[in-house]
Design a protein around this ligand. Sequence first.
Ligand code: GDP
Length: 435
Amino acid sequence: NNIVAIVGRPNVGKSTFFNRLIQRREAIVDSVSGVTRDRNYGKSEWNGKEFSVIDTGGYIKGSDDIFEGEIRRQVELAIDEADVIIFVVDVEEGITPMDEEVAKLLRKITKPILLAVNKVDNAMREKDAYEFYNLGLGEYYTIAGMSGSGTGELLDALADLLPEPEEKDENVEALPRFAVVGRPNAGKSSFINALIGEDRYIVTDIAGTTRDAIDTTYNRFGFEFNLVDTAGIRRKAKVKEDLEFYSVMRSVRAIEHSDICILMIDATRGFEGQDQSIFWLAEKNRKGVVILVNKWDLVEKDTMSTRDYEKKIREELQPFTDVPILFVSALTKQRLLKALETAVQVFENRKQRIATSKLNELMLPIIENYPPPALKGKYVKIKFCMQLPTPTPQFVFFCNLPQYVKEPYKRYIENKLRENFDFSGVPIDIYFRQK
Ligand code: GDP
């Protein structure tokens, strides 16, 4: 759940550095779309410490203009949301006024900061880098994002700053961890308040302070669960798209900390780009998802039926359509119990383990009936399958020619699994391996 933010002015090589960081692994790279800009988000791991990297430097596309206010917001965002900040500067340019501005903001905070002096690819440059002591941020790391030199030392330092991963006690029956996510004004706070019966999402405007995601255990309607509360602070964003992005940042943290994401959308607005980003994040992180279409009390029932509405949402979810969608109202408290019940069910679906004998009895005849198509005259023979003992459902099929099994067949297998077992709301991974 560690978040590392990369800050710095444009053209210092933040993106190259970002790509290098997340290359270490089959990364989840994509941009979380804001309104007019994209920001990068990826996953990485070093010395056994996992972290998410956010390249906060998304600027208005196709424009080289960079306003001071823009960079200030970028840094404030990092200060609010990240655990560690990597500040990238460029040795070729030396210290620019904008670097000084950023340093000034960073000197005021107590969060760990790593100063990365980029484009240092020879001894001469090493000497030039001395000048960055003048930023008043202490020791720096010289790197060359392009070749990757120096990034190892920087990452060692980063890993040292991150907490040791928590030891999971397998014997303790874990409670479902729900994160309520969605766009601003979707009704998340209203939903939570209605659910747990108290006003606990109080909006405050204290700048520069952050709380980490916290689990609070609740027992409601006979269910015990943890609600993942992200930073209770909401910065008063001056710009609309900032507000949107803050909410995405907060969602990232909540999603990573949860088992199940309760994605709330506003029925009067529909399933929009931002909703899709959040859904995508949950799916990539292999979390269970329940979609709540909130404010259903405001929708004229004769203009739009639940069935039509649901169909439209499912189109947006392609190809991952097996997700529970419920129509609720946080205001009139309609179907909130059902929502909770469904979330608990998705949690159960996600952790179910299917006995190997049962799985083979079911799947082998299905495969026999419709085997993978032959390729170059060769036949794929699937002999055996099993579910792996992983936190999220993963199935492995052992066969002679795994490389011959293509996406459409994997989807066919996935559909068959979903037809026969309840995995609704849960992403499934399917692998073909040689025994
Ligand atoms: P959040 O930003 O997602 O936490 O959204 P809030 O819970 O603050 O709700 C935003 C606005 O929508 C508030 O004015 C709520 O009163 C209103 N609202 C929330 N849920 C409902 C609902 O089910 N029906 C109606 N009519 N209004 C709602």
